[in-house]
Design a protein around this ligand. Structure first.
Ligand code: URP
Ligand code: ZN
Ligand code: ZN
Length: 470
């Protein structure tokens, strides 16, 4: 009888703390031993010469999210999680999004129906709170937090989502009392509306004007305000999808004052610029997301903030709208103003390979930082650590074996999402996930999916690590 169900043997195993050559023994879906010359496993995987990391935790993605404007996301929980898995992600935290007037509980039930029987990897839900009524804040939200939905996103912009500062403080008070993490989309909504009106009145409606309508100052002001509200409410916040230097400066300054402001950035702020919105015809719509990508100097600021501890998580913000789709980017046709184009870009599958190749491979960050930003911190931040986000005795055996030398040219036809484009088309990357293991089961290997839909498990989140004091 083999001692282990599986042994991943002789790989260079990276965690947030260490990089060691070791064997990993797996039993009943969990890591039970890490050491040298472990006894035989029922399944033996030779990882010599390979990099072994914890499965990625993508803590910001939108999957099968109903939209108020009638647009339809291209990915459901099958294509979304399959795509994530091929890119080395073994846990996703998409959003269960409340529209105004909806009860939070019914929203959560709806998203469970959407995910049930479809996922190939494990998942938890963040909530989105757009209607903080007394009933929602007094009863539904506290009850849901107790049930394992311990984080929620709120918006400072988007007409159907935005909360004013008073409402944000009310939400933060619940987060503080109940021990939850609040994620904030930080952009100044009135500035955006005013600038959009000016641009459209002047006939400036092409996709590139999306970036003009949401300049860095709009994000800087909102990041400052988010930090101030966190300070006043005395509870941590996490500012999502931060795009560049001006917001980073605000976050760094707040952190230096001792305010618990955590921050996230995404691949689009490292690898795209506003010029990508200025493509032939309507093509720039493919890169419309909010905040918009900036410029090369801002990309550099984001790289620096990733490696100096300003950012804690690196997520995809996967928001899948196909380009040639009258429910996607062309919801209002190719002549539509930028302000009517569904926001967001796809990225579940490319998130880890992009950072591995351009971050680790190009010497911008070490492997430990890569693991921290893409798995460990996300799990810790949202109450899934140490079950997820690390390779340690007792953790779920969510493991990625990377071929660090494999050269891949990114092309949409080779990706597994249901979106008809990737903004990273043609990028040449070095390193790609070869074998992906979820709870001790090989789910992707050599480009093939090895499991059926529906094996993914829903995860109830504990109190977020960042919320616990001491
Ligand atoms: O443009 C974006 N980021 N779309 C997704 C929704 C959001 O605000 O995260
Ligand atoms: Zn957002
Ligand atoms: Zn998002």
């Amino acid at each position: 009888m083999a001692e282990f169900d599986m042994v991943v043997r002789g790989g260079t195993v990276a965690t947030a703390g260490d990089v060691v050559v070791a064997d990993i023994g797996v039993r009943e879906g969990r890591v039970v031993a890490i050491g040298e010359r472990l006894n035989r496993g029922e399944t033996e995987i030779d990882a010599a010469g390979k990099i072994v990391t914890p499965g990625g935790v993508d803590s910001h993605c939108h999957i099968d999210q109903p939209m108020a404007d009638g647009s339809v996301m291209a990915d459901d929980f099958a294509s979304g999680t399959i795509s994530a898995a091929f890119g080395g992600t073994t846990t996703v935290l998409p959003f269960a999004c409340q529209m105004k007037g909806q009860s939070l509980r019914s929203v959560v039930e709806d998203y469970h129906r959407r995910a049930d029987g479809k996922t190939v990897i494990d998942y938890a839900f963040h909530l989105i709170i757009s209607d903080p009524t007394d009933q929602v804040l007094g009863q539904e939200l506290p009850a849901l937090i107790k049930d394992g939905y311990t984080s929620f996103k709120i918006y400072m912009t988007y007409d159907d989502m935005k909360l004013n500062d008073r409402e944000i403080l009310d939400v933060l008070a619940v987060a503080r009392r109940e021990g939850a993490m609040t994620m904030i989309h930080a952009e100044n909504t009135d500035c955006i509306a005013w600038l959009t009106e000016q641009l459209e009145a002047a006939g400036h409606t092409e996709p590139k004007y999306h970036a003009t309508s949401r300049p860095s100052a709009v994000e800087r002001e909102a990041a400052h305000r988010a930090a101030t509200l966190a300070e006043v409410a005395d509870t941590p916040v996490l500012i999502v999808h931060v795009s560049g230097a001006e917001a980073i400066d605000q976050i760094r300054a707040a952190q230096a004052r001792g305010v618990r402001v955590y921050a996230e950035t995404c691949p689009q702020y490292l690898f795209l610029t506003a010029d990508d919105l200025d493509m032939e015809g309507f093509e720039g719509a493919k890169c419309i997301c909010s905040p918009p990508p900036r410029d090369a100097a801002n990309q550099e600021a984001v790289w620096t903030a990733l490696t100096t501890g300003v950012f804690h998580v690196f997520s995809s913000d996967h928001a899948p709208f196909s380009y040639a789709d009258d429910k996607g980017k062309q919801l209002h046709g190719k002549g539509a103003s930028f302000s009517y184009v569904p926001n967001g870009i796809p990225g579940l599958e490319t998130r880890l390979p992009l950072l591995f190749s351009e971050g680790v491979g190009k010497g911008r960050m070490d492997l430990q930082t890569f693991v921290k930003l893409t798995a460990t911190n996300s799990a810790w931040m949202y109450g899934l650590y140490p079950r997820k986000g690390t390779i340690a005795v007792g953790a779920d055996a969510d493991i990625v074996i990377w071929d660090p030398d494999r050269e891949v040219t990114v092309t949409n036809s080779a990706l597994h999402h249901n979106v008809d484009y990737t903004p990273y088309e043609g990028m040449k990357l070095t390193g790609w996930p070869e074998t992906v293991i979820s709870r001790g089961t090989i789910i992707c290997d050599g480009g093939e999916l090895k499991v059926d839909k529906g094996r993914g498990q829903f995860l109830q989140c504990d109190q977020p690590g960042a919320v616990r004091v001491g």
